[in-house]
Design a protein around this ligand. Structure first.
Ligand code: NAD
Length: 538
C-alpha cells in the first residue's frame, strides 16, 4: 500500500513541486518577535521550540482556513471577520489553557522531610479528557511540562486520538527514592491534582513517561478511586498504562516502541524517500543507533531486530556500547534488568566517542529533549531519524538536517503509539469490557461454519468429498482476535494512516521532507476545525 507514494510522485516532484492552486497563499500570520532568531539559538527554551513549529504551521494554512470558512453554507461573515476568527483560534491554540504548580512535603524513610515540586499542564481542552504522560526527572520545570503538553495536543490530533494535550512532571530523580517513598510522592501528587481538577477520567488522564511506569499509574488510579472517584464507576480510567489487573491493556507497555517501528516502516519502505536519502527500501539489514534504553528505546530495539534490522549502538546516560554485528535485544534487556545498566554488557564493546554522530542508517533518540542541536546536527550521519523522545531536535538542527537530506520522522508521529494504545485502554475502561470478550466465541464458531459451508457447497457441486483445510495463516486467526491482536492491529492501522496523511500533507503543501511541519499543519487544521465548528468563543 505504501507503494502509492512512490507512484504518486517522482523524486523531482517530491523535492521541488511548486505550490499550485488552493495552496498558493499570501502569508499574514507571523512568527512572534521573540521566536525570530530561534534558528540561530543552539539551546532555545523548550516551549519556544514547540511554539515556533506551531507558528510556522499557522503561516502555512492560514489563508486556506479563511477561504474554507467562507465556503461553509450559510456563513455570512466577511473576509475580515473570518480572518479575525482564524487569528483568534490560532491565539487560543497557542496558549496553554491551564498550568498547575504544586509543592508538598513528604517524610523520607530516614525521618527527614523534603518538599517536592510538581506540575501539570493542560494545554488544550478542545477535546476532553486532556491526555499526556507524567515524568519523574530532575529536569522537570514549568517550561518543560508546558512544551510537552503542547506536543501532546498536536500528537493526539495527528493520530486522531480525541483528546486534548497535557503533561505532568515531578522534579525528582526516582533512583534516589525507595519504593515506599515513591509511593508516598505519587499518591500525594495525585491528591494535589485531584483537589485542583487536574485528574479524572473525563477531564485529565495521565500515563507513564520518563521515570514512571505501570506501578506509578496503579498508585495514581487507586488514589483517585479511593478519594474523589469513590462513586465513579469509571474511576480507573483516570490514568492509562496501568497493570493489566488494574484495568490496563495488553500491549500498552511496548506501544510506543511498536508504534515507532510502524511509523519508520512507512518511510523506509517508500522507494521515493529512500532514493532521496540514498538507501534501499526496507528495514532488513538497516543499521540502527538508539539513544536511551528505557521503555521506548528497548521496545524499539526489539521490533527492529525482529525484521532483521541491526542495532549497532546504544547510548545511555552512563555510557555507550557498540557492536557492528548487532546487539541482541533480549540478552541486553536481561542484562540491564539484573545490573541496572547497559555498561559491561558482554555482547558489545564500550564506545568512548559520540555515537549520535556515528555512521548508521536510522538514529532513534529515545531519551530526552534537545539532544540534536545546531552544534552536533552537522555531524550526524544517519539517513533517517525517528524521534522516540519528545522534542529531541531544536529548530536550528531541524533545518540543518533537512539541508543534509536527512529524513526526520517527527515526535508527534513517531512516538504516538503510546497515546494511541492509551486511548484503547481508556475505551476499554469506560466500556468495562476487554476487547474480544463478547465476540471471541462467536467469531471462532462463524469461521468453522464458513469452512463447513464451503466444503458442503463444493461437495454438492462436484459430487465428491473435498476436505477443506484452513491455511496456516488462517488457522492462527480462526479462534478470533484476542485483546492483544486487536490492540496490535489498531495500532498498526493508526500508524499507517497517520504516516500516510502526513506524507500527503507534505506533498500537498510542497514541504519536501519537512514532515514535522507537515505533521503540525495536518494536526492544526483538525484542531482548528473542531474549534470553528463547535464555536470557540461567545
Ligand atoms: P524511561 O525513563 O523508561 O527511559 C529513558 C532512558 O533514557 C533511561 O534509560 C535513561 O537512563 C536514559 N537517559 C536519560 N537521559 C539520557 C541522556 N542524556 N543520554 C542517554 N540516555 C539518557 O523513559 P521513556 O518512557 O522511555 O521515555 C523516553 C522518551 O520518550 C521521553 O522523551 C518521553 O517523553 C518519550 N515518550 C515516552 C512514551 C512512553 O510511552 N513511555 C511515549 C511517548 C514519548
Amino acid at each position: 500500500m505504501l507503494k502509492h507514494m512512490s507512484k504518486l510522485c517522482t523524486i523531482k516532484q517530491f523535492i521541488s513541486r511548486k505550490a499550485t492552486g488552493a495552496y498558493q497563499f499570501r502569508y499574514k500570520h507571523e512568527i512572534p518577535d521573540h521566536l525570530k532568531d530561534i534558528e540561530e539559538n543552539p539551546k532555545p527554551k523548550f516551549s519556544d521550540m514547540v511554539d515556533y513549529f506551531f507558528h510556522k504551521a499557522c503561516i502555512l494554512v492560514e489563508d486556506k482556513l479563511v477561504e474554507d470558512l467562507g465556503k461553509i453554507r450559510g456563513n455570512k461573515e466577511t473576509k475580515e471577520q473570518r480572518q479575525a476568527k482564524v487569528k483568534g483560534i490560532f491565539n487560543q491554540i497557542s496558549s496553554c489553557e491551564g498550568m498547575l504548580a504544586v509543592s508538598f512535603p513528604i517524610k523520607r524513610d530516614n525521618g527527614q522531610y523534603e518538599v517536592i515540586e510538581g506540575y501539570r499542564a493542560q494545554h488544550s481542552a478542545h477535546k476532553l479528557p486532556c491526555k499526556g504522560g507524567m515524568r519523574y526527572s530532575m529536569d522537570v520545570c514549568a517550561d518543560e511540562v508546558r512544551a510537552l503538553s503542547t506536543i501532546m495536543t498536536f500528537k493526539c490530533a495527528a493520530v486522531d486520538v480525541p483528546f486534548g494535550g497535557a503533561k505532568a512532571g515531578v522534579k525528582i530523580d526516582p533512583r534516589k527514592y525507595s519504593q515506599l517513598e515513591l509511593e508516598r510522592i505519587t499518591r500525594r501528587f495525585s491528591l494535589e491534582l485531584i483537589k485542583k481538577g487536574f485528574l479524572g477520567p473525563a477531564i485529565d488522564v495521565p500515563a507513564p513517561d520518563m521515570g514512571t511506569g505501570a506501578r506509578e499509574m496503579s498508585w495514581m488510579s487507586d488514589t483517585y478511586a479511593k478519594t474523589l472517584g469513590y462513586k465513579d464507576m469509571n474511576a480507573h480510567a483516570c490514568v492509562t498504562g496501568k497493570p493489566i489487573n488494574q484495568g490496563g491493556i495488553h500491549g500498552r507497555e511496548s506501544a510506543t516502541g511498536r508504534g515507532l517501528f510502524h511509523a519508520t516502516e512507512h518511510f523506509v519502505n517508500n522507494e521515493c524517500y529512500m532514493d532521496y536519502v540514498g538507501l534501499k527500501p526496507g528495514l532488513k539489514d538497516k543499521t540502527l543507533i538508539i539513544q536511551g534504553y528505557g521503555n521506548v528505546g528497548s521496545h524499539t530495539h526489539r521490533y527492529f531486530h525482529r525484521v532483521g534490522a541491526k542495532c549497532i549502538g546504544i547510548i545511555e546516560e552512563d555510557g555507550s556500547i557498540f557492536n557492528e554485528n548487532g546487539i541482541n535485544p533480549s540478552e541486553l534487556e536481561e542484562y540491564k534488568l539484573s545490573k541496572g545498566t547497559i555498561m559491561g554488557f558482554p555482547g558489545a564493546q564500550k564506545f568512548d566517542g559520540d555515537l549520535m554522530t556515528h555512521e548508521c542508517d536510522i538514529l532513534v533518540p529515545a531519551a530526552v529533549e534537545q539532544v540534536i542541536t545546531k552544534d552536533n546536527a552537522v555531524n550526524i550521519k544517519a539517513k533517517v531519524i525517528a524521534e522516540g523522545a519528545n522534542g529531541p531536535t531544536t529548530p536550528a538542527a531541524d533545518t540543518i538536517l533537512r539541508k543534509k537530506k536527512i529524513i526526520v520522522i517527527p515526535d508527534l508521529l513517531a512516538n504516538a503509539g503510546g497515546v494511541t494504545v492509551s486511548y484503547f485502554e481508556w475505551l476499554k475502561n469506560i466500556n468495562h469490557v476487554s476487547y474480544g470478550r463478547l465476540t471471541f466465541k462467536y467469531e471462532r464458531e462463524s469461521n468453522y461454519h464458513l469452512l463447513q459451508s464451503v466444503q458442503e457447497s463444493l461437495q454438492n457441486a462436484l459430487g465428491k468429498d473435498i476436505p477443506i483445510h484452513p491455511s496456516k495463516a488462517f488457522r492462527t486467526r480462526i479462534a478470533g482476535a484476542s485483546e492483544k491482536d486487536i490492540v496490535h492491529s489498531g495500532l498498526s492501522f493508526t500508524m499507517e494512516r497517520s504516516s500516510r496523511a502526513i506524507q500527503d500533507t507534505a506533498l500537498q503543501l510542497d514541504l519536501g521532507i519537512d514532515f514535522r511541519l507537515a505533521g503540525y499543519a495536518n494536526a492544526l487544521v483538525k484542531i482548528f476545525n473542531i474549534y470553528s465548528t463547535a464555536g470557540f468563543a461567545y
